[in-house]
Write a protein of this length. Structure first.
Length: 134
């Protein structure tokens, strides 16, 4: 009986903790979409598909789903390395987006990591702050 009580206690605390986290993620994605539509959409397009030979897609991209620091640094410093992205090269350069706040960068990256067939963990403003300092 005592164990049952304990179990119920643990389960309710888990459930109440999970809800705010989920809501926070959803809010970050919603804010991130606004930033995306203002800043990124002209190059990467509404569906994240990019523009052939000019701007790479963000769909199932190893940069989008991959290491958070590498991804954050693409936004802070831009990206002009002529590396193949899924076997294709892109003539444009990606301009640095360091004018955005830590919150905006976290939100837009959380948005792209949860859109265009991507599914990856959220990026938090603290993560951006740490990268910006270096
Ligand atoms: C002026 C056009 C332009 C804008 C605006 C722009 N990008 Fe890019 N982006 C590029 C190009 C071009 C590359 C590839 C650069 C290269 O190959 O050297 C790139 C690369 C990337 C990459 C890594 C490669 C990939 O396909 O995954 C990510 C992630 C990315 N951009 C995200 C964003 C986000 C998020 C925004 C908005 C905050 C944004 N970009 C705004 C043009 C742009």
């Amino acid at each position: 009986m005592r164990y049952l009580f304990f179990l119920v206690l643990v389960l309710t605390s888990l459930a109440t903790n999970a809800q705010p986290a989920k809501a926070a993620l959803q809010q970050s994605i919603t804010r991130g979409k606004i930033v995306y539509n203002q800043v990124c959409i002209s190059c990467h397009q509404a569906d994240g598909g990019g523009v052939p030979n000019m701007n790479p897609p963000l769909i199932k991209s190893k940069w989008v789903d991959g290491d958070k620091k590498v991804l954050i640094n693409i936004l802070l410093n831009g990206f002009s390395e002529k590396v193949a992205i899924d076997g294709d090269y892109y003539s444009n350069n990606m301009p640095a987006q360091s004018q955005l706040t830590d919150q905006q960068i976290a939100d837009v990256l959380t948005y792209i990591r949860n859109s265009f067939e991507n599914k990856a963990s959220a990026i938090l403003p603290q993560n951006v702050k740490t990268c910006r300092k270096k």
